[in-house]
Write a protein that binds this ligand. Structure first.
Ligand code: AP5
Ligand code: MG
Length: 198
């Protein structure tokens, strides 16, 4: 098993890099943002609630997020070689819950890949994507709020995982292929794992 967290601000490339990692390492991808957007599209009760938070750029409540993760671990993700958590955890209580959920399933979190990108670049990427994404949170006002939420509520996790010696800092600015190569190198160093294919 190899369980990874892809960590970084809004627009840092978590989705872009996850797509390659799942394929090359044979992992299951859990993007909490995508799961919630799917609920919104299907107009479920969770979707109706989540929409109120997402459209403002705020985090949905920890309890709800953690129960969705738990259901996914016991559902679609069960029996896989490992999981990439993209966009989770985003708060200290979520990080503590994740450690507990994995421990109770006889496994662990092996590494946290931190995509480090300056705010100006994040804003530029998201404003560019806003032209076509159709995401309710890709607009100038909500992007600013997402960055504030990231710095206030999520960034403290960086220190948390540095203390646990799980954090792999990656320069997330530049060519997508070069960033992927740094992640692969970081994972080799941290976990000793090689991709199934390159
Ligand atoms: P989520 O969907 O996770 O959004 P996010 O964190 O804001 O990040 P994005 O998905 O926008 O960006 P990304 O890092 O995946 O980058 P991407 O690869 O797309 O969360 C949305 C909302 O859901 C939250 O605000 C919250 O409300 C709720 N939520 C989610 N998880 C939660 C949780 N755990 N707890 C509570 N609430 C939660 O790339 C971005 C753009 O940049 C793309 O256009 C891409 O093509 C481009 N790009 C990528 N890499 C590069 C590069 N190297 N150079 C140039 N451009 C690049
Ligand atoms: Mg994403």
């Amino acid at each position: 098993m190899m369980n990874l967290v892809l960590f970084g601000g809004p627009g840092s490339g978590k989705g872009t890099q996850s797509a390659r990692l799942i394929d090359n390492y044979g992992l299951y991808h859990i993007s909490t943002g995508e799961l919630l957007r799917d609920h919104i599209k299907r107009e479920t009760e969770i979707g109706k609630l989540a929409n109120k938070y997402i459209s403002k750029g705020h985090l949905i409540p920890d309890d709800l997020m953690i129960s969705i993760i738990e259901d996914t671990l016991d559902g679609e993700a069960k029996g896989k070689r490992g999981v990439i958590f993209d966009g989770f955890p985003r708060t200290i209580p979520q990080a503590e819950a994740l450690a507990d959920l994995l421990r109770r399933r006889g496994t662990d979190l092996h590494a946290v890949v931190g995509l480090e990108v300056p705010d100006e670049e994040l804003t530029a990427r998201l404003l560019n994507r806003a032209k076509e994404s159709g995401r309710s949170d890709d607009n100038p006002e909500t992007i600013k709020e997402r960055l504030d939420v990231y710095h206030n509520q999520t960034q403290p996790l960086r220190e948390h995982y540095i203390r646990q010696k799980k954090y792999i800092p990656i320069n997330g600015k530049g060519d997508v292929n070069d960033i992927y190569a740094s992640i692969q190198e970081g994972l080799r160093h941290q976990t000793g794992r090689e991709p199934l294919k390159k």
